[in-house]
Ligand binder design. Structure first.
Ligand SMILES: Cc1cc2nc3c(=O)[nH]c(=O)nc-3n(C[C@H](O)[C@H](O)[C@H](O)COP(=O)(O)O)c2cc1C
Length: 328
């Protein structure tokens, strides 16, 4: 009887596997169809895509304005792209969004900060552009002492949450593993689906490895090299049991990431999340550098360091509440 059951199971296994693959393919096809039909990929004219384009480009300039050791008239190409994206948005939709007003303010700040470079063609172009928006004020990028930056640390949650910010300035001293351990320990409080706790944090201290990973990442120019440690946050797919949970690695990873930022801020560790929107080849290259399991998916990496005595940070204004809270 046992033997017969083993034969039945052996015969049914390929059928069961084929069924599983079909179920998984169905949900992935659904995702792919939705992605192609409604995302901004391939729909550059969509309003949200145009707005995202403006935000992305102003963020590059805004970041540059706060960078340690920034050059005069940095990011000419990025500024050109920003002017183009604002012009295109305003032509299509008018000046109807606070993010676009902020983008114009960033251009104004850039021009003011480079007032000592007269005759530069990109600055002339930016000045002509600003002539259309005489009433838009320039943007104040907060410049704070270390003490002021961490003032919200011990405050009640609304104060704490509003005070936390990304820092791209790191002091030239070693951040100890012990300090990072205390921050990651706090992240054990992160809620997870069915308490399955998929996330792991790998801490990279070897300078050469940090440099190589940052080279693959791209989005850390001007500050990544100053980081003392790099954290690599991963989600383990091995705990995921169904194609319906295909995004769980990222939803759980995202919660962990936010908690990690709060924990790092609480421990007064300067940090910046870096996206892991990498090609398969780049992802594989990073896997050769760090001993993560094949089943672990990189959610994001973070540059970390001790905080210098003074810091500059991006204003990074948020969308108004009425844009994001919809009562239906
Ligand atoms: C998923 C994610 C990816 C990010 N990637 C980068 C990055 O590659 N480079 C960078 O300088 N900042 C990156 N950031 C930091 C954001 O620019 C920053 O969080 C945002 O502007 C809001 O500013 P705040 O953190 O000070 O509130 C990333 C943030 C998140 C949440």
């Amino acid at each position: 009887m046992k033997c017969l059951w083993a034969i039945v199971k052996a015969v049914l296994r390929p059928v069961r596997d084929a069924w599983r693959r079909w179920c998984a393919a169905k949900v992935f096809r659904y995702d792919a169809r939705r992605f192609f039909s409604v995302s901004g990929y391939g729909r550059p004219q969509a309003r949200e895509q145009q707005l995202a384009n403006v935000i992305l480009h102003y963020h590059v300039i805004e970041k540059g304005l706060t960078m340690p050791n920034r050059r005069d008239v940095f990011g000419r190409e990025a500024l050109k792209e920003l002017l183009g994206s604002i012009n295109q948005y305003v032509t299509c939709f008018g000046l109807d969004d606070t993010q676009v007003t902020h983008a114009i303010g960033v251009v104004k700040t850039y021009v003011e900060r480079n007032a000592n470079q007269p005759g530069d063609p990109i600055l002339d172009e930016a000045k002509d552009f600003l002539g259309n928006y005489p009433d838009v004020p320039s943007v104040e990028e907060p410049h704070l002492t270390r003490e002021a930056f961490y003032r919200g640390c011990e405050g009640p949650f609304p104060e704490f949450a509003r005070a936390r910010h990304t820092l791209r300035h790191y002091a030239p001293k070693e951040l100890t593993i012990e300090r990072l351990r205390s921050a990651v320990e706090l992240c054990r409080t992160t809620p997870t689906a069915c308490n399955r706790q998929y996330c792991r944090v790998y801490c990279v201290s070897d300078k050469e490895t940090i440099e190589k990973i940052l080279e693959i990442q791209h989005g850390n120019r001007g500050f990544g090299h100053l980081a003392s440690k790099l954290l690599v946050l991963v989600s383990d797919l091995e705990g995921i049991a169904s194609p319906l949970e295909r995004d769980d690695g990222f939803t759980n990873g995202g919660l962990f990431l936010m908690n990690l930022c709060y924990a790092l801020y609480y421990h007064k560790i300067a940090h910046c999340i870096l996206n892991w929107s990498r090609t398969p080849e780049e992802d594989l290259a990073a896997r050769r550098l760090i001993p993560i399991k094949p089943s672990e998916t990189i959610v994001a990496v973070l540059t970390c360091g001790e905080t210098p005595d003074e810091v500059e940070m991006c204003a990074s204004p948020r969308r108004p509440l009425e844009d994001i809270f919809k009562v239906i």
